[in-house]
Design a protein around this ligand. Structure first.
Ligand code: ZN
Length: 193
């Protein structure tokens, strides 16, 4: 089966000892992010229309085969606009669009709140979960006297954040962008202030 998605390059590095590139693309769906991870042997697939290697944060149209693994078919540069409500990504066009196919008509219980706050890291613990290792984070809002503890788990499918989690500092303040579901945060970006 062949699929096409619009996404953002989040990780692209040559794996010297393996002889391939590791590529991760984040695809914004309605109220969530899907990560496509793949190994790419053909370096020419990783060049844009100008012949330059794709870089982090480039927005792309990715076509791939998927069975057990994801196999890259093609990668093209494309301008993407994101829905201001659900952050669904779609190709940018000149005309004004009213409906978003990501969130219009979606049941309210599937909608989530976009969260963007400064938070203090209370703990960061590596753990082994059923399918993967992950970092279990506890965070509190830094501004108010609110001592509610929010929980986030960082998995390797978000490599940009995962590879930094080992160096997260308890007690430091971070800007956290996430989808919020009650006290659970599905982290998209987390950066120390
Ligand atoms: Zn939307």
């Amino acid at each position: 089966m062949s699929f096409t998605d619009l996404g953002t390059v989040k990780f692209l590095e040559f794996q010297q000892e393996k002889g391939y590139f590791r590529l991760v693309i984040a695809v914004n769906l309605a109220y969530k992010t899907k990560y496509l991870s793949m190994n790419v042997w053909k370096e020419e697939l990783l060049r844009n229309t100008s012949g330059q290697r794709f870089q982090l944060e480039d927005t792309v149209r990715v076509t791939y085969h998927q069975d057990k693994y994801i196999k890259l078919v093609s990668l093209e540069d494309v301008l993407i606009e994101f829905c201001p409500t659900c952050y669904y990504g779609r190709e940018r066009i000149e005309t004004l669009r009213v409906d978003c196919q990501g969130c219009s008509g979606l049941q309210p219980q599937l909608q989530r709140e976009r969260f963007n706050e400064n938070m203090v890291l209370m703990s960061c613990t590596p753990k082994t979960y059923r399918y993967s290792t992950g970092y279990h984070l506890e965070l509190q809002l830094s501004a108010s006297g609110d001592t509610t503890t929010y929980v986030a788990v960082i998995f390797p499918n978000n490599p940009q954040v995962y590879r930094r989690a080992d160096n997260f500092k308890v007690g430091a303040t971070y800007t956290v962008i996430a989808w919020r579901n009650n006290k659970l945060l599905d982290v998209i970006e987390i950066d120390q202030i």
